[in-house]
Design a protein around this ligand. Structure first.
Ligand code: HGY
Ligand code: MN
Ligand code: MN
Length: 413
């Protein structure tokens, strides 16, 4: 029966548009909904309303994960899909939102067709996937699978000096649902690729085989503030210079190690950050990623070696704090094969690839068979309000999700 069903593209696009208007970025189709802000709350409220309208049983846990569940004919572990609706400050319309709203679209399509699956179907909207305000990323799904104590998550202080627990309480999403959460029978996440691979290959559906390793480090450089005009270069202990050296070293290191190694300095705060003052301190972040754990560790080792050299040469103190560290993850080969076959049955071209971005699926993979479906990102752009995916590709991705979930929810695997 479900092999003839198709999602309602207009309904999916309409929900994506409505959600992205919350925290909408003027003049773009993007949004800014950092985790646990008022904009995040408004987005959550909208998703909860949609879940309620679909008759889903809603649970909200102690880290604010929102799970909507549709009963099956049997009292079994649910087949789960989902993603996140929090965004970075310059977020796009599809990052995370597509996975949550396509999940709701699958549920609505099945309900309208009178199809009840054997396993319950659950749609998760996981908290704080981005980690941009409160590190680490994928915090909500990490707590959901028992990888982080909820108390530790609550105590996390954000880039603006408040704790995640306080903010969660303030927005009214500190729930009482079980933590860790109910272990699903299987988990499949639909997400945009956020990179150039599918578009450059002219392929419509990505069969995601895993996620690369992630290493986030906060680096604090303490030097000596001084007068920009009177202080000879030989007497300086300048965190502004050291931060710049680290940023250029990260770029050189990634190029030297070669693809798929990537390295990013996305945040540098100087204090006192004034034109005529040699900075007293710098706080910056380094994001290193690789599909190969051994090479990622080599990158981390060489970065630390560079810190030691710079501290010695410039006479500054460099201290580091890990914000996130996740090893590469392999997804379930059977589900990946099911995604591939389903997409091809639907006439879609497919390509197998690792994910460059982190995703909630990499956490769910710790507790149940998990894989992901990618749709192409125009010009490989993401974490940018201009992020775009062609509606045909959104529809194709959601239809692959519909069939894969329906198949798994009949207990096949
Ligand atoms: O950083 C990431 O890969 C994800 O967007 N949280
Ligand atoms: Mn995402
Ligand atoms: Mn993201």
């Amino acid at each position: 029966m479900t092999t003839t069903l198709g999602i309602d593209r207009t309904r999916l696009l309409q929900r994506l548009s409505e959600l992205s208007d919350i925290g909408g970025i003027e003049g773009t189709t993007g949004s800014s909904r950092l985790a646990f802000t008022d904009a995040d709350r408004r987005g959550r409220d909208l998703v909860v309303t949609w879940m309620r309208d679909l008759g889903l049983e809603i649970t909200i846990d102690a880290i604010g994960n929102v799970i909507g569940t549709r009963a099956g004919t049997h009292d079994l572990a649910p087949v789960m899909t989902g993603s996140h609706i929090d965004t970075v400050r310059t977020g796009g319309r599809y990052d995370g939102n597509l996975g949550v709203l396509a999940g709701l679209e699958v549920v609505e399509t099945l309900s309208r067709a009178g199809v009840v699956t054997k396993h319950p179907l659950a749609v998760g909207s996981f908290s704080n996937e981005e980690g941009a305000r409160f590190a680490p990323d994928m915090m909500g799904s990490l707590v959901y699978v028992g990888g982080m104590a909820v108390e530790e998550a609550h105590d996390t202080v954000g880039i603006d000096g408040v704790s995640a627990g306080e903010e969660l309480q303030r927005i009214g999403y500190l729930g009482s649902g079980p933590s860790p959460g109910l272990v699903p029978h299987a988990f499949v996440e639909l997400h945009i690729e956020q990179g150039p691979v599918l578009e450059e290959a002219g392929v419509q559906i990505g069969v995601v085989e895993g996620v690369q390793g992630i290493s986030w480090t906060e680096v604090t450089i303490a030097g000596q503030s001084n007068h920009a005009g009177t202080t000879p270069m030989r007497l300086r202990h300048d965190p502004g210079y050291v931060a710049a050296e680290i940023a250029t070293f990260v770029r050189r290191l990634a190029l030297e190690l070669g693809h798929p190694q990537v390295g990013t300095v996305g945040k540098i705060d100087l204090a006192p950050n004034l034109v005529n003052v040699v900075a007293a301190s710098a706080i910056m972040t380094v994001d290193l990623r690789n599909t190969d754990e051994v090479v990622l560790q080599e990158a981390e080792r060489r970065l630390q070696q560079r810190f030691d050299e710079l501290a010695e040469d410039e006479g500054v103190a460099i201290t580091t704090r890990s914000l996130a560290r996740f090893e590469p993850v392999r997804f379930d080969a059977r589900i990946a094969g099911l995604i591939e076959a389903t997409a091809q049955d639907l006439g879609c071209s497919t390509l197998r690839l690792p994910s460059g971005a982190g995703h909630d699926a990499q956490m769910l993979a710790r507790v149940c068979p998990t894989a992901m479906i990618f749709t192409p990102s125009q010009a490989g752009l993401s974490h940018n309000p201009a992020e775009h995916t062609d509606p045909d590709d959104l529809e194709a991705g959601a239809n692959v999700l519909l069939r894969v979930l329906a198949y798994l929810a009949e207990g096949e695997l």
